[in-house]
Ligand binder design. Structure first.
Ligand code: PCP
Length: 396
């Protein structure tokens, strides 16, 4: 622990497999002691999704590539940002990744690999669902304060990839290559003594490109503070309502009242930004009355996706434990009706039963003999892929 301040694992420790589960380390020792160098295909798939989700957004593939880089394995994977379904039309578990090589050489990486994709994919799926519900509304990621700071860039990146417009995390935004976004905390108003002084000081001190969004719920009713802000700030762009739970009552009606009071005073251009405990239900309820949304815990603390890595082939022969489908598989998708069909890699699914369209194989080469062979797109490109594929799915 000497060179660590926090309890987190370093890149080197993760890459070396030190975050593995002990039973994989013992398995490696046994296979080495008995010189078992079995060639396997290990498939990463999940039997189902949390919260009755019908589809997921695969996130963490770039880090997985970095994890396997230098190990004597071949890896095929769905590109990062791919929308996947846990099972194909015949109920077969859909592989999002296949790892091929001598099992004892990579068995310890199962734990970190799953950690890299299970959490990030949960966050990106949750944010993609919120994006789908809110359409083109502005959505910001406010959730990193709920999680260990060491993973704040991971969480914000996953929320951005899922379709959020920006993130509140300074380091996260730097890594993504975007500007961080946020308004002002209650602490600024409390520290400066009163709302108007704080709003005006914010306006005087900060560069013009930072949106002038006044927090309007600190001491008085949201309506009162919103009118005060609109009348005291010439270039007010919006008001943020972060009403505490104890005062929330019917948040939608509070927002509608604020909207009315601003409009009848000629402030139709002043937007309403909401935050505080937002989730899918409140997003559905508020989407027509608010312009911007700050979503935190619901996404950063999203359920993980229960990916598992299972050996499905040994020395080119199909094997599988119960609940898993044997043989190395490819997954084909109909670009038109988004139907999926699995097939063994030596077989091919040419046409979609439903619409006759040519089916597209989704698993692509990622690693060949330890070398990363595919371009690893940046977060913006991956986000664009997600937004495009989101057009093909619904949020039930
Ligand atoms: C914070 C922020 C959001 C909260 C946290 C994060 O509120 O303004 O409301 O979103 P979540 O509720 O979805 O997790 P506070 O800490 O109450 O207030 P402040 O903005 O003053 O920090």
């Amino acid at each position: 622990m000497a060179d660590h301040i926090f309890y987190t694992a370093s890149d080197a420790e993760i890459k070396a497999g030190k975050t593995t589960d002990i039973y994989f380390r013992r398995t490696k020792e046994i296979l080495e002691e008995r010189n078992v160098d079995t060639e396997v295909v290990a498939e990463v798939s999940c039997g189902g999704l949390p919260r009755n989700w019908q589809w997921g957004v695969l996130c963490g593939v770039g880090e997985a590539a970095k994890l396997f880089e230098g190990y004597g394995v071949d890896v095929d994977a769905m590109p990062e940002g791919s929308i996947f379904k846990p099972r194909d039309k015949n109920g077969v578990r859909v592989p999002v990744m296949n790892i091929k090589g001598i099992y004892r050489e990579f068995c310890e990486l199962e734990t970190p690999l799953l950690g890299l994709i299970c959490q990030a994919s949960g966050v990106s799926t949750s944010s993609a669902r919120i994006r789908k519900i809110l359409g083109g509304k502005q959505i910001l990621s406010f959730g990193i304060r709920r999680m260990h700071p060491s993973i704040s860039p991971v969480l914000d990146r996953a929320a951005y990839i899922g379709g959020f417009d920006s993130v509140s995390g300074v380091l996260s935004a730097e890594r993504i290559g975007i500007k961080p976004a946020g308004t002002m905390p209650h602490a600024l108003i409390i520290t400066l003594g009163d709302q108007v002084k704080a709003w005006k000081t914010f306006d005087d001190v900060l560069p013009e490109e930072i949106p002038r969004i006044a927090l309007c719920d600190t001491y008085f009713d949201e309506k009162t503070e919103s009118i005060m802000a609109a009348e005291s700030m010439k270039n007010l762009e919006g008001v943020r309502l972060d009403t505490p739970g104890s005062r929330k009552g019917n948040f939608k009606e509070i927002i509608q009242e604020v909207r009315w009071e601003l409009d009848i005073r000629g402030h139709r251009d002043v937007k309403i930004f909401v935050s505080g405990g937002l989730n899918e239900d409140s997003a559905r309820e508020l989407k027509d009355c608010a312009d911007g949304f700050g979503v935190g815990t619901y996404v950063s603390n999203a359920p993980t996706i229960d990916f598992a890595m299972n050996i499905v082939e040994i020395d080119k022969k199909p094997v599988a434990k119960r609940g898993v489908f044997g043989g190395e598989k490819q997954i084909y998708r109909c670009p038109e009706c988004f139907e999926d069909a699995c097939a063994l890699v030596d077989d091919t699914v040419l046409e979609c039963d439903g619409c006759g369209e040519e089916m597209t194989p989704l698993l692509k080469p990622l690693i060949r003999n330890g070398k990363i062979v595919s371009d690893l797109p940046d977060a913006k490109e991956i986000r664009n892929k997600v937004l495009k594929e989101l057009e093909k799915v619904e949020v039930i």
